[in-house]
Design a protein around this ligand. Structure first.
Ligand SMILES: [Zn+2]
Length: 246
């Protein structure tokens, strides 16, 4: 038996031993996961608050950008409902460096998107960058890992270097609606437009609230590429309150 085969058997043995000693816990419901379940249990996957909007053209997320910036397709994966376990998970993603979990969420979302024509023509993924101080204090950018998960599943490459966040923006939820746009107008800079030009870009972010951050980034990209670019948007969650869905 070859050395690598022995190594692989040993690692599989160790993995199953570890799953007995330290069982996998579903991060949503807290139950111990059983054989065949990984990352999130079957029950939570079945009852997840899917928006299902990626299956519809001219959906409520796409309507948010109408008349503001040209967006081909837009969707969020899950509804952000105050008090639900999913909100805690998305909050934890932001602040607790859960890079593997964020990547798995991206893969799961990509699998759902790939069952539809949502990603047709998309050839580059651009995560919304964090301002450098925020990235430093958080230790990582959750949107980069969600994007990396989508990229892993679809084989569409990610571009992390073409856009930069040049200023921070306060939380949109605390800004009056008339001020939302002024608040984020110049927070991004496109430093390598040649990497984006002539592409169909998927902008990836964790949560869609007012849409102002995405509008700001999409506008800068469109201007820097002199209009020679297509943009779609995929976020992991969206605020139900912001979209008037109850
Ligand atoms: Zn569960």
């Amino acid at each position: 038996m070859s050395g690598s085969r022995i190594k692989s058997l040993l690692s599989k043995g160790l993995e199953s031993l570890l799953s007995v000693v330290v069982p996998d816990i579903c991060p949503i419901c807290g139950k111990t996961m059983v054989g065949g379940e990984s990352f999130i249990c079957f029950e939570c996957r079945l009852s997840a608050p899917y928006t299902e909007q990626w299956k519809r053209r001219e959906n409520i997320f796409e309507q948010r950008f109408w008349g503001v910036v040209p967006i081909c397709r837009a969707s969020a994966f899950l509804w952000f409902v105050e008090g639900s376990c999913w909100v805690k998970m998305i909050h934890d993603l932001k602040y607790h460096s859960l890079s593997v979990f964020a990547k798995n969420m991206g893969r799961w979302y990509a699998a759902m998107l790939s069952e539809t024509d949502f990603l047709d023509g998309v050839d580059l993924i651009v995560p919304v960058p964090l301002y450098w101080i925020r990235r430093l204090t958080r230790g990582y950018n959750q949107s980069e890992y969600i994007a990396a998960g989508i990229s892993e599943y679809t084989s569409i490459p990610c571009c992390f270097s073409a856009v930069r966040r040049v200023a921070n923006n306060p939380s949109q939820t605390h800004v009056k609606s008339g001020d939302r746009w002024d608040n984020v107008e110049d927070i991004f800079s496109v430093i390598q437009p040649e990497k984006l030009r002539s592409h169909h870009i998927l902008i990836v972010d964790d949560v869609l609230t007012t849409g102002a951050t995405i509008i700001s980034l999409a506008t800068k990209i469109t201007e820097a590429c002199c209009g020679d670019v297509k943009i779609s948007v995929a976020t992991l969650a969206a605020s139900k309150k912001q979209f008037g869905v109850e």
